[in-house]
Design a binder for this molecule. Structure first.
Ligand SMILES: NC(=O)c1ccc[n+]([C@@H]2O[C@H](COP(=O)([O-])OP(=O)(O)OC[C@H]3O[C@@H](n4cnc5c(N)ncnc54)[C@H](OP(=O)(O)O)[C@@H]3O)[C@@H](O)[C@H]2O)c1
Ligand SMILES: *[C@@H]1O[C@H](CO)[C@@H](O)[C@H](O)[C@H]1NC(C)=O
Ligand SMILES: *[C@@H]1O[C@H](CO)[C@@H](O)[C@H](O)[C@H]1NC(C)=O
Ligand SMILES: *[C@@H]1O[C@H](CO)[C@@H](O)[C@H](O)[C@H]1NC(C)=O
Length: 287
């Protein structure tokens, strides 16, 4: 039996992973922002033997630290909670205004700083025990940068970069990291997205920004990825069982979904093409 700490278990990947780990007789502590608002999920988790606490990734570092430390030993830390603020880079507010929050900050706070503080709080115990696994739920968006999701991509790319450095720092302590990059999965994710409350300058009408946004807003409920299969593969990769079990300890990144595979390959091909095209220029600057 291991102890799993999973953020964002009110829905989607988090809820399914919680139930999966409980079914395998692990101890699970999950987090939701509001137990009252997520009463159904809380009931399902608790009746399967799990525990749920309230935690908002936008809380202070002190609060997050206190809540994570209170759990005690954690074997699997799954930074799953996250959300998307949709908007053009120019539009996204960075100042506190009467009309809106600092949207760019909230996006980074929730998807990057919150998880960072949670990791920092859990790491001491793992380091001292010389065991533990940290899972960072990233996204295809950390690899493929498209209009209207720039700040979300920034938050996930930051999470990935930090997680990869972290993996190198803690491997000698017997603690490992798994970065998960899902494509588009049929969870509550797109229904829960927030659109920027700041006005989009008139110039952007009928540009790729409005077109991409409008297409994205029709995708909820039509995503190709099955969250249960996604969670099964994550669980197997972590525990060494089943279809993906052979990947345990062998990979740093787990890409999930055919859409993600195709699109990440395309991004990488373009990167290699640019590298090759500019090679003479690249090597022309050494002393
Ligand atoms: N579904 C996809 O296509 C997809 C693709 C790539 C990556 N991902 C990533 O997968 C992870 C799980 O998403 P999902 O698809 O399962 O979406 P979901 O069904 O919307 O679940 C997201 C979870 O995150 C929680 N959350 C949101 N904001 C939070 C905050 N400020 N503090 C604490 N918890 C917060 C939500 O809790 P509340 O109920 O309290 O809001 C919810 O439990 C996310 O990190 C997402 O970025 C999803
Ligand atoms: C996030 O935290 C900041 C700073 O404490 C606060 O001003 C803001 O209202 C919070 N936003 C949400 C959505 O909780
Ligand atoms: C920290 O937690 C306390 C007690 O639960 C709460 O009253 C306070 O609003 C939280 N602070 C922040 C910044 O989230
Ligand atoms: C995001 O959108 C959801 C659903 O529309 C809403 O309940 C929530 O208050 C919004 N969050 C912020 C920070 O605006």
């Amino acid at each position: 039996m291991s102890v799993w700490f999973i953020t964002g278990v009110s829905n989607g990947f988090g809820l399914l992973l919680c139930l999966k780990a409980l079914k395998a007789n692990h101890r699970v502590v999950g987090t939701v922002r509001s137990k009252a608002k997520s009463a159904d999920a809380v009931k399902r988790i608790e009746s399967a033997g799990g525990q749920v606490i309230e935690l908002d990734l936008n809380e202070s570092r002190e609060n997050l630290t206190r809540k994570v430390k209170a759990v005690g030993q954690i074997d699997y830390l799954v930074n799953n909670a996250g959300f998307l603020i949709l908007g053009a880079v120019e539009q996204m507010s960075v100042e506190l205004t009467s009309r809106s929050e600092r949207e760019a900050h909230l996006q980074l706070q929730t998807n990057f700083f919150g998880p960072l503080y949670v990791i920092q709080a859990a790491l001491e115990g793992m380091r001292v025990r010389r065991s533990g696994v940290i899972v960072s739920m990233s996204s295809l968006a950390a690899k493929e940068y498209v209009p209207t999701t720039g700040l979300y991509s920034a938050s996930k790319a930051a999470l990935e970069a930090m997680s990869e450095s972290l993996a190198a720092e803690i491997t000698e302590f017997g603690v490992s990291v798994l970065i998960v990059e899902p494509g588009s999965f049929r969870t509550n994710f797109l229904a829960a997205l927030n659109q920027s409350t700041m006005p989009l300058p008139e110039d952007y009408q009928d540009t790729t920004v409005t077109r991409t946004r409008d297409v994205l807003l029709t995708k909820s409920g039509k995503q190709p990825g099955d969250p249960q299969k996604g969670v099964d593969r994550i669980f197997e990769t972590l525990t060494g069982e089943g279809l993906a079990g052979h990947l345990k300890g062998k990979i740093l990144r787990l890409v999930l979904g055919r859409d993600a595979l195709v699109r990440i390959r395309k991004v990488n091909d373009k990167f290699l093409e640019d590298l090759a095209l500019a090679e003479d220029v690249t090597v022309s600057t050494d002393l």
